[in-house]
Write a protein that binds this ligand. Structure first.
Ligand code: BJW
Length: 237
């Protein structure tokens, strides 16, 4: 029998055990800074230096050699390598831990911290250093338009058509370490309900927990390798 299409959605919880903060847990990012100050286009228009400082600090965390993919990222990379059918890992995370673990069939719907975009010419390029309003775009030469290549509230998430096609064709959908607060990602489970097996992996039930068929509660470094072993035992090459 052909392996079903598999879509995995990940959120900040999968990177927690690597040392990156989540957003909405009690020690999360939104307990320390306000969304309206750093994660909207209006915030960037009002005070770009503040927004750059917020993302420069988070980019510096990604450059720290101590930050490494954990057992959950590594298990998903093995799943990608060995899954014999359609596979797509959709991450809401802007960190680069999935690609560093080896996942290839991956897309970042909320952008990537290690990329910058020019608001003048729209060029997107790898950007591992600090950004500021003084930086000129290497492509068009204009200064003041470089911004982090991330998706803020009120902006359209990336690759929605590809995600829509993968969700339409999937037979298994798993969401890992995401609170179910932010749309459209929080609505993916409702989109596939009834035609796909749906599994939530989280340390605590999410906002949309009742939309899933099954739950695996616990830290991602324990539940994800377990789920991957189960899936590969049934369908792996
Ligand atoms: C563990 C763990 C461990 C901890 N192991 N688990 C009503 C309906 C539909 C939409 C809207 C609506 N009202 C408003 C909207 C729009 C808005 C929205 O959703 N607002 C809500 C707050 C209400 N959405 C948008 O604006 C989006 N754009 C949009 O909708 O465009 C129009 C459109 C419509 C329809 C189709 C297509 C387009 C854009 C959203 C952009 C979000 N941006 C951010 C910042 C990115 C850059 C950055 O990183 O700074 O993305 S916000 C932040 O939240 C970040 C995350 O990707 C996102 C989701 O957070 P996540 O990953 O779920 O983290 P947490 O912290 O919330 O949860 C962590 C979870 O891990 C918890 O559950 C823990 O229990 C768990 N956990 N440790 C396992 N060890």
């Amino acid at each position: 029998m052909r392996a079903p299409g598999l879509v995995i959605l990940t959120g900040a919880g999968i990177s927690r055990e690597s040392g990156l903060a989540t957003f909405r847990d009690p020690d999360g990012i939104w307990a320390k800074v306000r969304i309206e100050d750093v994660a909207t286009p209006e915030a960037f228009a009002r005070d770009p230096a503040r927004v750059h400082a917020f993302y420069n600090a988070r980019r510096a965390q990604l450059r720290d050699p101590a930050l490494q993919p954990n057992a959950a990222h590594l298990a998903l990379a093995e799943l990608d390598r060995r899954w014999p059918g359609e596979f797509l890992l959709v991450t809401q995370n802007v960190d680069n831990l999935h690609e560093r673990a080896g996942t290839r069939r991956l897309l970042h719907m909320h952008g990537e911290l290690m990329k910058a975009r020019c608001r003048h010419c729209q060029t997107v390029r790898l950007w591992e250093e600090d950004l500021s309003t003084a930086v000129a775009c290497p492509a068009c030469g204009r200064a003041g338009g470089m911004r982090p290549h991330v998706v803020w509230f009120g902006e359209m998430p990336l690759e929605m058509e590809r995600i829509g096609r993968a969700l339409e064709g999937c037979g298994i959908f798993a969401a890992i370490g995401t609170s179910g607060h932010v749309y459209p990602a929080a609505g993916f489970v409702a989109e596939v309900a009834g035609r796909a097996r749906t599994i939530e992996l989280n340390i605590a039930a999410s906002e949309v927990a009742s939309d899933f068929d099954e739950a695996m509660l616990g830290p991602a470094t324990e539940t994800v390798p377990r789920l991957v072993a189960e899936l590969l035992a049934e369908w792996g090459d």
